[in-house]
Design a protein around this ligand. Sequence first.
Ligand code: PLP
Length: 400
Amino acid sequence: MAAHIAFVEHLHAELEGLRSAGLFKAERVITTPQGGTVHTSDGRELINLCANNYLGLSSHPQVIEAAHEALRTHGYGLSSVRFICGTQDLHKTLEARLARFLGTEDAILYAAAFDANGGLFEPLLGENDAIISDELNHASIIDGIRLCKAQRWRYRHNDMADLQRCLEEADAKGARFKLVFTDGVFSMDGTIAQLDAMRALCDRHGALLGIDECHASGFMGKTGRGTHEHRGVFGQIDIITGTLGKALGGASGGFTAARREVVELLRQRSRPYLFSNTVAPPIVGASIAVLDLLEASTALRDKLEDNTRWFRQAITQAGFEIKPGEHAIVPIMVYDAVKAQQLSARLLELGVYAVGFFFPVVPKGQARIRVQMSAVHSRDQLERAVAAFAQAGRELGLVR
Ligand SMILES: *Cc1c(COP(=O)(O)O)cnc(C)c1O
């Protein structure tokens, strides 16, 4: 009992520490489906600039109907992992469709992209091998690499010279296989990995190249296949991981797409796949409908591109500094953490939902409001959002 009390007191102190450091994350309660606007539990309507709903598919009528249809025909869930009795025709169809969409031989589903990354490295690579990872890679990649016995190198973010140094060091150590792994798009800056340069470097060193496409699948590249299409190396990436929980529908689920042998071995040995429940039929059916939509027309990714271009220009014209680029993630730089929080709070009062990010999520002195464009945003909504930014920015002395 005393140990129990001491433990709770310890947790309480940890939580207080987070609160007093301004790092405590409160969750806002939304009462509507995800969309260009959302309602919060206090009954207000907000223009939503912070969802990963890039293509607006999380409440698209065809996607919802496909989920209903799969629910009717294939049930609510399978109460099983895949290899016991959790594989339906729908799962096989979705894996084949993802592989085709992404330009690989095969694909394997996971409960989440976090699991796809967590279960990727350990089954494929051993202590004689090398994993070379961008220093800003997603937490799930870092965790996945931790679980693997391969030797590790970290290169400076997006720095090709430093990547080359790592490849040379791994060669000098006689690594059997080398896997370079990067986010296709980095979520805090919207930076797009230089996959063309990376492919060339990897080829020169006989290294494999893997990418996490969570912020790219469905809309990057002319037909939305991803960062590899955007950078002109479609069909040339060895391993692609991604999520069904962002542009590709927004529910949950993840995947790894790769050569047949890679996928086969993951089915045999990847622990989050072997020891976790199959993806629910409504999500699988809806994801197939998403790929139908995206393969039939580029209208949604074109609209997203158009909204992104318009917003980047309008917010700059309003006097704000943004991280230059072309991705739908638009970091609006405030630098000062307190100002970023004040700006976000004032925007909320003005009906715009946009979250501030500051240390330790981004480097000290690099605080920002990160907004994300969606194909469901109307021009009117974006105009109102920019006007709110301009007003709040003037009040806080951030712009003139
Ligand atoms: C969101 C995200 C993930 C996790 O995806 P889930 O399917 O939600 O687990 C992994 N990697 C990157 C780069 C992400 O942005």
